[in-house]
Ligand binder design. Structure first.
Ligand code: ATP
Ligand code: DNN
Ligand code: MG
Length: 209
């Protein structure tokens, strides 16, 4: 079983979500592995893959890692290294055979190109059983989340849910939308919508996975 983790953007908390979900599922006795197949911004450390490896208790490096903090399709040109999608899929199948649930993190949002015009959407269509969308709670999240959900639905991806990340300053006076975004998303979407902020919040997700 493969869960693909995407987000409404880069920096919205996909890794925080992936790592904490892996942690609580492992603690509940579930056989899980995490994997970040392509990572950019490895300068020099691939932060995401390192965090995922730590929580999995074994070294799980990206198949492709790039120094430049850009889309993989750009990094492969700048660093003159072509990404072989077949190799990514091979590694996914290998890890999938070793576990009950493989959680795969993309890079940035779902329309980010991996190589040429081949995007994480194309990749998810070919490898994912389910897709989780991580969204950062701030003004603009409604549009970004509905766009991402729409694209996933249009491409017949099986949406596990939207996970609203309440990370950030509590000062809601500056961004009043943070108060209402969760309820608004629940009203507008016919997919499950959850919220999280701390590692503790992930305990309530276990039964859902
Ligand atoms: N709920 C949270 N609590 C504490 N820190 C958080 C939370 N969510 C995100 N962060 C921090 O915010 C930063 C960005 O989060 P994260 O790296 O998970 O984003 P991402 O979507 O995986 O980014 P990328 O597209 O680069 O993979 C990180 O430093 C992360 O530790
Ligand atoms: C470098 C960053 N941490 C991500 N891994 C890559 C994000 C690519 C975003 C491309 C884009 O949407 O414009
Ligand atoms: Mg990440």
């Amino acid at each position: 079983m493969i869960l693909f983790v995407t987000g409404t953007d880069t920096g919205v908390g996909k890794t925080f979500f992936t790592v904490n979900l892996l942690k609580v599922l492992k603690e509940s006795g579930k056989d899980v592995l995490g994997f970040k197949p392509v990572e950019t911004g490895c300068d020099p450390v691939c932060e995401d893959a390192t965090k995922i490896s730590e929580v999995c208790g074994k070294e799980i490096p990206p198949v492709y890692s790039f120094k430049t903090p850009v889309a993989p399709s750009v990094a492969e040109i700048l660093e003159n290294r072509k990404i072989d999608i077949g190799l990514l899929k091979e590694k996914i199948r290998e890890y999938e055979s070793e576990t009950e649930l493989l959680i795969v993190e993309g890079a940035g949002g779902i329309m980010v190109p991996i190589s040429g015009s081949y995007t994480f959407l194309d990749f998810a269509r070919e490898i994912a059983d389910e897709v989780a969308i991580v969204a950062l709670n701030k003004l603009g999240v409604i549009n970004h989340t509905l766009l991402t959900v729409e694209v996933c639905k249009y491409n017949n991806l099986n949406l596990k849910g939207v996970f609203l990340n309440n990370f950030g300053k509590e000062n809601e006076r500056k961004d009043v939308s943070r108060i209402s975004n969760f309820d608004t998303l629940k009203e507008l979407l016919n997919v499950p919508v959850f919220k999280f902020k701390t590692a503790e919040d992930f305990k309530s997700f276990v039964e859902f996975f």
